[in-house]
Design a protein around this ligand. Structure first.
Ligand code: ADP
Length: 251
């Protein structure tokens, strides 16, 4: 579903992603962990086309994200291609980034109407269903500042899902929340995990959740994957000394 092939990303002289190769299967739930500054967020931002690549290709659902073939040559993708491929991906950020002047319902209706061309009625039906799925059926007419952080984050998840993405990205979505609000957001993500077709990539510091939720854990170090594997072996029997050190520090 997603493949990074020799991806390089630099900020000035600093190589942040250093020849990344990573493939994520359809329906796979992958947790990205690793020290702060190791490049995890940059990986998600590149997938959202929020960062330009310095080398390599990212494939999404069989198509290169930022390039197209024209007359036998590889050229940078135009905005129509980017919009279409990016439409397969939804992202939820650490800061909820809701539109402050729109109710929960309107937040979830906006992009389906303007980007997908849904009618107001279709968009509203979809938004109502999704807000119910994240447990906020009774809050649909509330504005973001009338909602708790956990509720805002659940609206943000519903809003991303309203675009019917094939891949969902979660970037430390519980880091900005008070501890008592973390559980309700993780419960929604757990529920989504049961959707076998949805591919999920999650950057997280919640090792317990990663262990229980993910099919595979990948440890980032210095812009590369140091080690990856299923939670059962990754946490109990890591191969690399760096992984062992990281796990000793966080578990
Ligand atoms: P992580 O998510 O693992 O904490 P990031 O992907 O956020 O790491 O950042 C990786 C590195 O890239 C860090 O050293 C960070 O300072 C740097 N970086 C990220 N975004 C930018 C930017 N826009 N300009 C310059 N440096 C950046």
């Amino acid at each position: 579903m997603v493949r990074f092939q020799g991806v390089v990303k630099r900020f000035g002289a600093h190589t942040v992603i250093d020849g990344l190769d990573l493939a994520i299967a359809r329906g796979e739930k992958l947790a990205l962990i690793g020290p702060s500054g190791s490049g995890k967020t940059t990986v998600l931002r590149m997938l959202m086309t929020l960062e330009r690549l310095d080398a390599g290709v990212i494939w999404v659902d069989g198509e290169p994200l930022t390039q197209v073939q024209r007359h036998g040559k590889t050229v940078p993708a135009d905005s129509a291609h980017l919009r279409r491929v990016r439409g397969k991906i939804g992202m939820v950020f650490q800061q909820f980034n809701l539109f402050p002047h729109m109710t929960a319902l309107k937040n979830c209706m906006e992009a389906p109407i303007t980007v997908l061309g849904l009618s107001r009625r279709e968009a509203e039906e979809r938004a109502v269903d999704l807000l119910a799925m994240v447990g906020l059926a009774d809050k649909k007419h509330h504005y973001p500042n009338q909602l708790s952080g956990g509720q805002q984050q659940r609206v943000a998840i519903a809003r991303a899902l309203a675009m019917r993405p094939k891949v969902m990205l979660f970037d430390e979505v519980t880091s900005a929340l008070d501890p008592e609000l973390v559980g309700e957001v993780l419960n929604v993500i757990r529920k989504l995990g049961a959707e076998h077709d949805l591919t999920m990539l999650m950057v997280t510091h919640q090792m317990g959740f990663a262990k229980e939720f993910a099919d595979r854990i990948a440890l980032f170090h210095g812009g590369k994957i140091e080690e990856d594997g299923p939670p059962a072996t990754f946490f109990t029997n890591p191969r690399s000394e760096r992984t062992r050190q990281f796990l000793r520090a966080v578990l």
